[in-house]
Ligand binder design. Sequence first.
Ligand code: ATP
Ligand code: MG
Length: 424
Amino acid sequence: MLTKGPRGTKDVLPEEVRIWVHLENEFRKVCANFGYEEIRTPTFEHTELFQRGVGETTDIVEKEMYTFIDKGGRSITLKPEGTAPVVRAYLEHNLYSKPQPVKLFYITPGFRYERPQAGRLREFHQFGIEVFGADSPAVDAEVISLAMFFLEELGLKNLELTLNSIGCPTCRQQYRDKIQLFFKNKIEELCETCKSRLDRNPMRILDCKNKNCKSALQGAPKMLDNLCEECKEHFELVQERLKDIGYSFEINPNIVRGLDYYTKTVFEIISNELGAQNTICGGGRYDGLIEECGGPSTPGIGFGMGIERLILTLESQGIDIQLPNPFDVFIATIGADAEREAFKILYRLRKSGISADMDYLGRSIKSQMKYADKYNAKYTLILGDDELKQGLITVKNMTTGSQGKKGLDELIEYIKGNLEKQKS
Ligand code: ATP
Ligand code: MG
């Protein structure tokens, strides 16, 4: 127990953290380009927020939440997704009285009690965005294109963008009745979960992964054929806007998304390299959610993108992310006097903005050089008796192998200049 983390959790070790930081920086950059600002919400919320905001009949609320009673007797839940907390913050801080739309992004952990497997954890992480206060189909296209643009910027290929519209409460109610009737005649073909969905949430049967349920779907009425005029026009305009900026997509009438509050556009971005857990990003419009949470009627739309799945996809596509070294300069020393002097030089280098390190283990000069090489140091400084006497330092360029002696002031300028040149 003491040496093993809880099931479904994952340590991110330094080498991988560098990838995470890179992705976070890129996501922040893309969001800034699109005019989105960052929001951070707490790790836990009142359980009621998710019951209301995700929906009582969803898998998340029915079986996956980490819920506990705190010492004050309140029911608390670790956030299973990012949207409901952002909606809560939007309402709590009257963000609806600011100029609309309010465009937000976040990077958050999420907690779901699921069966862990590749691409499915109990603590996972998401990039997400939400837009409040704009019902224009252009906003749907903006949200979708932000996700696609970010993934393409990272170098991902063969992404499948799939869209659907699940209508509004008016047209969906009629459709819901139709689909209920359709599956009532096929109830024996459905899995146990879908049998119980039939009454409470029949649309979820459409995206059940079970083989029998999939084949029971044949000939089922499609939401797209049952949209009201407004929803139909909205969906057509979303597609038009996406085409205008060069995105192609497939329509998949079986995407319904897990959360109850979605309306109109829903979408998923799929990478077929991922196997069963192949959805990197899922999102949609939720024009009823804010009202459901006690706010004024306000349209909303957003997406959540699984960071762990994103990293798996990058790996499986062999995309090599150029990562910074832990340090650019290493100081190798010979003898106690040199070590003492090196510690001062190390501090000066760091204060000048140069990432640097030195040996603390009293290793031989040979193994110090090896260590510097292993961590891809760009320069190794060598400090021994000769250098100390001369007041100079030997500088070895680890890329070219050339070396020479320099005074300390000169050395700092020299390294700084060269590192900057390499970066630009
Ligand atoms: P799935 O179909 O895989 O169960 P979902 O519909 O439950 O996904 P959303 O609630 O839409 O997922 O979350 C958005 C994204 O977050 C998913 O597309 C996925 O990339 C990621 N995600 C969701 N649940 C997990 C999890 N348990 N572990 C890792 N990533 C997850
Ligand atoms: Mg799920």
